[in-house]
Write a protein that binds this ligand. Structure first.
Ligand SMILES: [Zn+2]
Length: 551
């Protein structure tokens, strides 16, 4: 079915309550495997019914000013903490039921560990705090989606500024970054206030649940199974030690390429004197290129992209009032993924389809999983699907960029160093902020400023006060919505680079390992998947040594 024909009807809290009540009733008197199967089937059906929430979320993001879907989204934001509670209550019942052992065996150890995290991550006391948290993030979303920049006498959507930031004309780049900063500066006080309230809210949630701070609660809520905070800290330290020198070297190469005496941060978005490669064609053509790339890559991706295009389960065009960013989400009822993106005519068009395409492909591979618990994938694993796909499609980039495909590859590899460092910087920032919830707004900006110099030494923002004074974190959506998600990209980036290296030695073996990794996701922890796929763990001492010399 095409996305536009998928009907929407509100799924009410009462309906969800009734479904859980029925399952709990069955759980109490369950005796046989058949009884257990009946409960699992009902649970599966409930998850399918929850497709309504996904449809609402997507359509709300497609137009944040649409009053109907905004209202519906508001309703789900309100009831969401209640649903978590109901789900946890159901888990308790299942684990106390006569079929508890059979249940745990059926879902396997990874899903069982995730359920345990769910139980530890929420209780009735924090529901009202979580509702307030949702309304705060919604305030940020609204503020950012409607932001405009004064550009050449006209007000334009901030998201439409990318081409100017990447202009081959240095003066245009300088002015564009200043204009963008002015627009963020206008919203600064509101954003800093939202964030301050978010930090305090999340800290209160952590104390209410008995955690020392939100960092520890976050590790539970993010299902960090099989590794801990110390290992992540070591990963960040290794990134600083091993990758900062690589970054400095690459910056120097770039300075020579751009024929400049000195680089400023307004040169960040451009990589070549003649400009970054741009895809040959508009949004529609780019979707056709995506079809071509996935068709060439493998029989599995060819099947996926055929169905994906037929069902038109995407919205990639940029419009006023449409939320920024990109994501993939599954529509369980239709067993199809949906990709949301904002094509801006730059390399992003190709990049986003590779990344979100990786998420979507994995969702598609596992679309028939009968045990809903096996579709739930932790985020470092999910980002590994996506970021590895970015590398698997690299050999086909001539489809988008013709003769400049090689430049895209160079950009992508240099970008990988930047990304790992950037994700570590964000992770360290969040950790320090949530460990010290009493920090003032100015102290947070100063912290960002310091970390930026640790991870990107020599970065010069020149006259740009907004960036110079450490306020760039205010532009990162994850900081507000998913504060500890950043490091997942960092870990996944390492996995992706390992696949790139493996592919050079034996492309078939690399693809088979990737398929195995995708298919077993949801059934094992991240470290177990990495081991099973014969990859080096990012937590292993020296995991980042020489990663870019060979790449
Ligand atoms: Zn992703």
């Amino acid at each position: 079915m095409k996305f536009c024909d998928m009907p929407y009807e509100r799924l009410t809290l009462e309906e969800i309550q009734a479904a859980y009540a029925e399952m709990e009733h069955l759980a109490e008197c369950a005796e046989t495997e058949a009884d257990l199967k009946k409960i699992m089937e009902l649970n599966h059906r409930l998850k399918e019914a929850m497709t309504a929430m996904e449809l609402c979320y997507i359509r709300h993001q497609m137009n944040v000013n649409d009053a109907f879907y905004a209202g519906e989204q508001n309703y789900y934001d309100e009831i969401n903490p209640r649903i978590c509670e109901l789900s946890n209550h159901f888990t308790e019942k299942m684990l106390a039921s006569p079929v508890a052992d059979a249940y745990k065996k059926m879902i396997g150890p990874q899903a069982a560990a995730m359920l345990e995290c769910d139980r530890k991550g929420i209780n009735g006391e924090v529901v009202s705090l979580m509702q307030e948290e949702n309304s705060l993030t919604e305030q940020y979303r609204k503020l950012v989606s409607n932001a405009t920049v004064l550009w050449e006498g006209e007000k334009i959507n901030r998201a439409l500024m990318s081409p100017y930031v990447q202009s081959t004309d240095r003066e245009t780049r300088r002015k564009a970054t200043l204009a963008i900063s002015a627009s963020w500066e206008e919203q600064r006080e509101e954003i800093e206030e939202i964030y301050d309230r978010l930090v305090k809210n999340r800290d209160s949630q952590a104390s209410a649940l008995g955690y020392e701070n939100f960092v520890d609660l976050s590790y539970v809520r993010m299902y960090r199974i099989g590794y801990d905070k110390k290992q992540v800290e070591r990963f960040r330290e290794e990134a600083k030690r091993e990758l900062v020198p690589v970054y400095v070297r690459m910056q120097e190469e770039k300075r020579k390429r751009l024929q400049q005496e000195h680089l400023y941060s307004y040169d960040n978005a451009i990589n070549f004197l003649e400009g970054n490669p741009v895809p040959n064609g508009d949004t529609k053509r780019c979707m056709e290129y995506a079809r071509e790339v996935f068709t060439k890559l493998s029989p599995e991706t060819a099947e996926f992209i055929g169905k994906f295009m037929e069902d038109e389960v995407y919205d990639v065009e940029m419009r006023d009032g449409k939320a920024g960013g990109g994501f993939m989400t599954m529509l369980p009822k239709y067993k199809m993924p949906f990709i949301f993106a904002n094509f801006d005519g730059t390399t992003e068009n190709a990049y986003v389809m590779a990344h979100e395409g990786g998420h979507a492909f994995q969702g598609y591979l596992k679309r028939n999983a009968e045990i809903s618990e096996h579709s739930q994938v932790t985020s470092e694993v999910a980002e590994s699907h996506a970021m590895a796909m970015e590398f698997f499609v690299l050999p086909y980039m001539d489809t988008y960029f013709g003769e400049r495909a090689g430049d895209y590859v160079t950009m992508h590899l240099e970008g990988a160093v930047n990304r790992i460092l950037y994700q570590c910087e964000q992770d360290e920032f969040q950790q320090l902020v949530y460990e010290n919830p009493g920090m003032s707004k100015e102290e947070r900006n100063r912290l960002w400023k310091k970390l930026e110099q640790d991870y990107f030494p020599g970065r010069d923002h020149g006259e740009n006060e907004n960036l110079r004074e450490g306020r760039a974190w205010q532009r990162i959506p994850h900081t507000f919505y998913w504060p500890f998600y950043a490091i997942d990209y960092g870990l996944a980036q390492v996995i992706a680079l390992e696949y790139w290296k493996m592919r050079k030695k034996d492309s078939q073996a690399a693809w088979q390992s990737y398929l195995w990794f995708c298919e077993n996701s949801g059934m094992m922890s991240f470290p177990e998947l990495v081991k099973g796929a014969k990859l080096k763990s990012p937590f292993e001492e020296g995991a980042l040594c020489g990663l870019f010399e060979e790449a």
